[in-house]
Structure formats: C-alpha cells, structure tokens
Design a protein around this ligand. Sequence first.
Ligand code: HEC
Length: 251
Amino acid sequence: MFKKAILLMFLAFMSLQVFASDAEHPPKMNWSFQSIFGTYDRAALQRGFQVYHEVCAACHSLNHLAYRHLAGIGFTPETIKALAAEKEIRDGFTEEGEIFKRPGIAADHIAPPYINESAAKAANNGSLPPDLSLIVKARAHGPDYLHAILTGYAEPPKEVQLGENMHYNKYFAGRQIAMIAPLHEGMVNYTDGTPTNVEQYAKDVVTFLTWAGDPKMEERKSTGFKVMFFLIILTLFMFFTKRRVWRNIKD
Ligand code: HEC
C-alpha cells in the first residue's frame, strides 16, 4: 500500500517534470569563458555590446551596468564618454517642477528603453522584456539557453496553436515567446570582418551578457590560482619542515 502510494507520487512528479520541460533542452556550446582557465574573448565582448546596443537595448534594460564599467571590455574613456552622452538621463526636477534632463556621463547607469515596467509592457503587447543584467545567471545553462532562444525561432508545426502576438520557439517554456525574433542576417555592421549572421550575433551578445552578469570572473579565477599555488608551496614547506624536525628522533 505504502509502496504503491510512493510509486504514484513518483509518477505524478515525473509527469509534472515532463510537462514543465515541454521546451527542448538547449544544445551544448563551446564557450571560451567556461573552462577553469577560460577568459572572455575581448573582440566578441565588444561586438556583443554592439549587438545589445543596436538591437536589444530597444526593449531590454541593463540596469546593473554603468557606462564606465565598459572599460572592462576594453573601451577607451573617450568611447565611453561618447556612448553615455548619446543618451538623455532624467536627473531630478527643475525649479519649475519639471523633469530635469541632461546628457549621460560615464558614471550613469546604462539608460533603460522605458521609463517604467508599465510603459515597457504597454509597448510589448503586455509582456515585460526582462532586464538583461543577470539573465545569464538566472537561467539554467544560461549561455547555452540564451543562444538557443536567440537562434531557435522557426515556423510552428501544424498542430501548434500560437497565442496572439506569440512566436514559436522550441527552447522557450511552452514553446511560444512574446519576443519577436530579434536577430536578422546583416542587421549589425561589424568592422572587424567577422561574419554578420544570426549565429554570430547570438554568440557575441551571449558572451557580452555573460560578462555583464559576472565581470569579475577572470579576476576571480586568477586569484584562485594564486591561492592554490601558495597552498601547494606551503604544503611542501610544511612536509620538509616536519621531516627535518623529526629526523633525529628514534622510537
Ligand atoms: C521588440 C522588443 C525586443 C527586442 C528588440 C528584444 N527583445 Fe528580448 N524580449 C522581449 C520581450 C517582450 C520578452 C518577454 C518574452 C516573454 O515573456 O514571452 C523578451 C524576453 C527575452 C529574454 C528572456 C527569456 C526568458 O527565459 O525569460 C531574453 C534572454 C531576451 N529577451 C534576450 C534578448 C536579446 C539578447 C535581444 C537582442 C539580441 C533581445 N532580447 C531583443 C522583447 C524584445
């Protein structure tokens, strides 16, 4: 009886799992930043920022990042200043009580596309484009998943009924997503001769967004190695000290 109940619960749980994982598993990719020695590819980071800036920033904010942080992907202070100055930043109120606006400076956070969530939803048929600062960390298999979503749009199979303003994407939960396919061949001009196709854009913007969520990764890895190195030397030192100290003691 008890065994049966357990079995039933297990089966119910498994069916829920199948239901929840209706989306396909994202294909495993080879990212330069994922191994223990891995680092971010600087050129990919800069191209990825370009894709975010020219495409995704129309709908998605990147709240945790300030313009000055872009020094971390190799931008010069001049580039950063110019990027920030492109945007108008709302900064308190004038004496007449109106919103005061000024050009952005390096210390400002990256300007969001909408004033607030309601405006963001209203502009996107009621769906909220999430902030992308931590999205890679917030999703299982973050980089693979994001890459899959960006490249996973297709014509829906005949038996699939899409909701209004929904788009078929087999990697998104429920296989329908409110975001229209954002990337198209040739839409962003790369100046370094890198191919300008959807696959490449997706790889670059995922590299950039992974960095945005974890800009200290390289520093952390290198500190980790220094600490390990120190511990190994210390262990050797202790070992030989012990041998020396006990050398003349006979039992
Ligand atoms: C026209 C507006 C628009 C553009 C441009 C756009 N998105 Fe979206 N995005 C959305 C909306 C709306 C959603 C919410 C989808 C939903 O909940 O069904 C979304 C959702 C997402 C999600 C979340 C998926 C999840 O698991 O919840 C990611 C990641 C994402 N977008 C990345 C990007 C990237 C990267 C770009 C640029 C290459 C981009 N988006 C461009 C509107 C946009």
